[in-house]
Design a protein around this ligand. Structure first.
Ligand code: FBP
Length: 552
């Protein structure tokens, strides 16, 4: 592998651990807190997790290590989408494991949960691990999206674990993967396998957070990367003064990534899906809101601006969700073949007009033709519309253009509107982790091993007090069942970790709300620049604006 100068330099970076983990393994003792309860549906969760429910919160402290001396053979997987810092969770886990006992072994199961099912693994050694310290990506062992949830799958994992002599499995993943980690932990305990299961909170989306988990790893680096690019686009827009840039950012359903990027860059517009849903906004009202900014700015600042659109936005527009449901029904079963056999788009358009309710057809009819076709042509294996593929940045710029044309015809708008489109997602998921993510991830991994060595299972590695310097971070663990409630998934009630959406009464959104009117009219752009790895702490060790506002 050819090494860039930054990569060479990052190999030398020593991630910072929370103060209580810094004195060496022999001086880490454990303090158990109160027994926990799940956030809701306590009786049901307790009944489903009889062996792992109600366990206490754990905090580590400086003091004599009293963990039982036992050789540990640990397996680790990366699960779901890439997030910067995943490699450091593994290096932290490895370092703690080897510092405890040189004979301890770390297996990396390849390609996500599939690796556990296929018994496909590598055994890490120093040289292997050293090549991935402080680097982005999940390429150390790869990742995957297979869900580990059935008894048959758990039987296979248990068999493979036994064959390899595993004492513990660490699952690095998002809300779904950690829900599955809790179920696997319960299975392993119920069947007396002796295999512990520990989770680590990952996702750039920032939606795995709650009163215990302050942030998922990767959110910091990914949003810094997107903010750098949005800031550069803003500066280009302000230089040329001739384009409106519509920038879609990843984040799946929740708008945390869009909000954080906006807090860092102060664009003219940032849509927040959760607000759109709460206010039951229509496509037309959103387009009109953006057009107001375009019109106002055309009179004062010029015909340019920047709008951030969260990836999941359309699902939050009530009339659009109804339209999607109707389309899914319209093409259910054999009707897809009937639709596909129609000779051209005009014939298909007539079929659609006849099949949708008048209200949904009105929504469909204002969409640009490209988006209309996308709704019918790109379906998932179950025949459903693939909402995530909808190019919402283009959708909204087209709707804004149509609205401005109406205003032009009415003589109220005389500006020019020329739109450019961007989609930021994959650009941020494998960036070199920021110092924050490098430190946080290493600490999560190190801490995960401490939970293993003290015999805990069904816990999420927890590092908190994150808005403070790493020295003051608090390391410990929280039973995953504490974060669970029952939700309807695919027609069944399931125990799951609740997904965190943007809270409209939370401080990050409130700050945005208090400022966005000014940002919509003025050119108040801020240019965060690239992530800095070396230099003054106030530049290099910044956490997210979201976290600093939430923690005051
Ligand atoms: P996770 O929830 O698994 O962390 O993945 C997040 C994410 O990056 C989303 O923001 C995005 O919608 C999705 O993954 C893209 O998935 P894929 O990598 O399969 O294209």
């Amino acid at each position: 592998m050819e090494l860039s100068p930054l990569q060479k330099a990052r190999y030398e970076y020593q991630p910072k651990l929370p103060g209580m983990l810094r004195n060496g393994i022999a001086d880490i003792c454990v303090k158990e807190g109160k027994a926990t309860e799940s956030v809701a549906d306590q009786d049901k969760i307790k009944a489903l997790f009889p062996n792992t429910y109600g366990k206490p919160e754990i905090t580590f402290e400086k003091g004599q290590n009293t963990a039982a001396a036992k050789k540990q053979v640990v397996g680790v997987i990366l699960s779901g989408g890439q997030a910067p810092g995943g490699h450091n969770v593994i290096t932290g886990l490895y370092d703690a494991l080897k510092a405890t006992n040189k004979d301890n072994v770390l297996y990396g199961f390849k390609g996500g949960p599939d690796g556990l099912l296929k018994n496909d693994y590598v055994v890490f050694d120093d040289a292997f691990i050293d090549a991935y310290r402080n680097t982005g990506g999940f390429d150390i062992i790869g990742s995957g999206r297979t869900k580990l949830e059935t008894k048959e799958q758990f039987d296979i994992v248990a068999k493979n674990a036994k064959e390899n002599g595993l004492t513990a499995i660490v699952i690095i993943g998002g809300d779904d993967s950690n829900t599955n980690a809790a179920t696997l932990a319960e299975y392993m305990a119920a069947n007396n396998t002796g295999v512990q299961v520990i989770g680590c909170p990952k996702t750039i989306d920032g939606d795995l957070k709650n009163e215990d988990i302050e942030a998922s790893f990767g959110f910091d680096t990914a949003t810094k990367t997107y903010a750098e690019i949005v800031g550069n686009i803003e500066r280009d827009a302000n230089s040329a003064k001739k384009y409106w840039h519509f920038v879609k950012v990843m984040g799946r359903s929740a708008s945390h990534v869009a909000l954080e990027t906006a807090l860092k860059t102060q664009p003219n517009i940032c849509l927040i899906g959760e607000e759109v849903a709460a206010k039951k906004m229509s496509l037309a009202s959103i387009a009109s809101y953006i057009a107001d900014s375009v019109e106002a700015r055309s009179k004062t600042e010029g015909n340019f601006g920047v709008a951030i659109i969260p990836e999941g936005i359309v699902e939050f527009v009530p009339e659009f969700s109804v339209l999607i449901k109707e389309i899914n029904e319209l093409l259910a079963g054999t009707k897809t073949e009937e639709f596909n056999a129609l000779p051209n788009w005009d014939a298909k358009y007539d079929f659609i007009k006849k099949g949708l309710t008048a209200e949904s057809f009105a929504v469909f009819d204002i969409l640009p033709t490209g988006i209309q076709q996308q709704l019918f042509l790109e379906r998932d294996p179950h025949g459903n519309v693939q909402v995530s593929l909808i190019e919402s940045e283009k959708l909204f710029s087209e709707l804004v253009k149509a609205e401005l044309n109406k205003r032009k015809a009415a003589g109220t708008y005389t500006g020019k509107f020329s739109a450019l489109h961007h989609f930021l997602g994959y650009e941020g998921r494998c960036a070199f982790p920021s110092n924050f993510d490098a430190d946080y991830c290493y600490s999560l991994g190190y801490n995960a091993f401490m939970l293993i060595s003290y015999g805990y299972t069904g816990y999420l590695s927890k590092v908190s007090n994150l808005s403070k310097p790493a020295e003051e971070w608090v390391a410990g663990g929280m039973p995953i069942t504490k974060m669970m409630n029952m939700e309807r998934r695919n027609g069944e009630d399931k125990p799951v970790i609740r997904k965190a959406l943007v809270e409209l009464d939370g401080k990050p959104f409130k700050y945005f709300e208090a400022n966005r009117e000014r940002w919509a009219k003025e050119t108040a752009f801020t240019y965060p620049g690239a992530i800095q790895y070396y230099g003054p702490s106030e530049v290099c060790d910044l956490t997210t604006v979201t976290l600093s506002l939430e923690k005051g």
